[in-house]
Design a protein around this ligand. Structure first.
Ligand SMILES: [Zn+2]
Length: 434
């Protein structure tokens, strides 16, 4: 099938494009980018005027709960949420049941994703068997089956010696280690940021140091081993300063941040105890959030991720202390970035494309997608004027634990193309059938 997108504002810093163009998709590839392109016979012509066309968005940190916790999310429902949010690619964390620590588990996810016929699902393999932090997982086997990175996300690797072994091993495969930085002897029973919020609400605190000390350790292990290191869901200004210093030294260190750490803080947690504000790492101070926003703008933060963490109602609709950590995020990530940073003029469209498409592909060692002839037709079309209200019905994810329920946001994906197939059509998820 051929599609001609007429008059889209194309933004792709990789090819130096930030202007109105027509884009012709033919089969799995972009056939032409130019002005006043003619539609080939039988092509579907799409009026894209007023919309932005960008390389397909990538979220390199999601939890799809499949296998093991399909009541929260399956690969199919997660892929629906990703597509609805404008993504062509997601990287799934391995804390499933069983844990994704063998090639067979990696293959399972890729096969299920192919059946779903929506986005590309790129499995991240566990560093250690069962994410227990004791024994190296089958890294080489998982690379052979398509694992794009390695992580014990959900846990920090507690032993520095074990982390060293993991990084030495992964460095042989040109893959990145994505580190969930948490020293459990410091965070123990913590359920909220340690400091004002924990004091005000009388709950166990999760100190910033519990994250920052492990960021420091892992940067030093990066220096020792040479393994590419990616700091997952960074949440404090001091942690970001450590990453900034490592980058200035030329170490192969990157990092990511989630929208909830940019646009919410511990001050939003009130005595209403909304458990959709409970995450790991926790919402930090307003000063931390401001430092992270500055880091996204100045290039210190490489990627926006959601840490999409679906949970069932009974796991969230309970006392704060026993509620599960995390929120869904795939469908609100782009609208939040547009509403809070891009549309007010704080952030450029090309920086948005870097942090949501170009940089995550580089971290995951995926082929580049460029808006130019010959590239894979993995594209996201964004309507900057779309108004979306976040309701349980609007969310395509199986779980509804969003921190933005009831909010109205401006700007959203209208169409998504994956390998030339239109998987989102004017806001409606349309799986490929073949
Ligand atoms: Zn994590």
């Amino acid at each position: 099938m051929a599609y001609l997108l007429k008059g889209a504002h194309v933004v792709d810093p990789q090819v130096g494009l930030d202007d109105v163009r027509d884009v012709l998709i033919d089969g799995e590839k972009i056939a032409a980018v130019g002005e006043a392109l003619e539609a080939p016979e039988g092509a579907c012509v799409i009026d894209a005027s007023g919309k932005y066309l960008v390389p397909g968005l990538v979220d390199m940190h999601v939890h799809f709960r499949d296998p093991g916790f399909e009541y929260k999310e399956t690969i199919e429902t997660g892929a629906r949420a990703a597509t609805h949010g404008g993504f062509t690619d997601v990287a799934t964390m391995p804390n499933t049941d069983p844990v994704t620590d063998t090639g067979a588990e990696v293959r399972y996810q890729i096969d299920r994703a192919r059946e779903a016929g929506l986005c590309h699902v790129r499995p991240i393999g566990a560093l250690t068997v069962g994410e227990k932090g004791e024994q190296l997982a089958e890294i080489g086997d998982m690379v052979m089956e398509g694992a794009v990175a390695f992580s014990d996300d959900g846990h920090g690797v507690q032993s520095a010696g074990m982390m060293r072994t993991c990084m030495e091993y992964v460095s042989q495969f040109d893959r990145v280690v994505s580190a969930h930085c948490e020293i459990e002897s410091l965070t123990t029973h913590g359920v909220i940021n340690e400091g004002r919020a924990s004091t005000r609400l009388g709950m166990f605190g999760w100190p910033a140091l519990g994250e920052e000390l492990e960021i420091y350790r892992d940067i030093e292990l990066c220096r020792m081993t040479g393994c590419a290191l990616h700091i997952a869901h960074i949440s404090t200004g001091k942690g970001l300063d450590l990453v900034r210093a490592a980058k200035a030294e030329g170490l192969p260190v990157t990092c990511e941040v989630a929208p909830h750490h940019l646009f919410l803080s511990e001050d939003d947690v009130t005595d209403a105890y909304d458990t959709n504000l409970k995450m790991n790492p926790p919402l930090r101070t307003a000063a931390d959030a401001a430092a992270l926003r500055a880091g996204v703008l100045d290039g210190s933060i490489d990627c926006i991720v959601t840490d999409h963490a679906p949970h069932a109602p009974h796991e969230k609709d309970c006392e704060w202390e026993i509620a599960f950590f995390g929120i869904v995020g795939l469908e609100t990530s782009l609208p939040l970035m547009l509403t809070n940073l891009v549309l007010p003029g704080t952030m450029s469209w090309s920086r948005l494309v870097e942090v949501m498409a170009v940089n995550p592909r580089a971290c995951l060692r995926l082929p580049e997608v460029r808006v130019e002839a010959g590239s894979a037709a993995d594209l996201t079309l964004i309507d900057p004027a779309a108004e979306v209200t976040v309701t349980p019905e609007w969310l395509q994810s199986r779980s509804k634990n969003s921190a933005w329920l009831g909010a109205t946001l401006t700007g959203a994906a209208s169409d998504v193309f994956v390998d030339g197939h239109r998987t989102l059509t004017e806001g409606v998820v349309t799986p490929r059938t073949a």
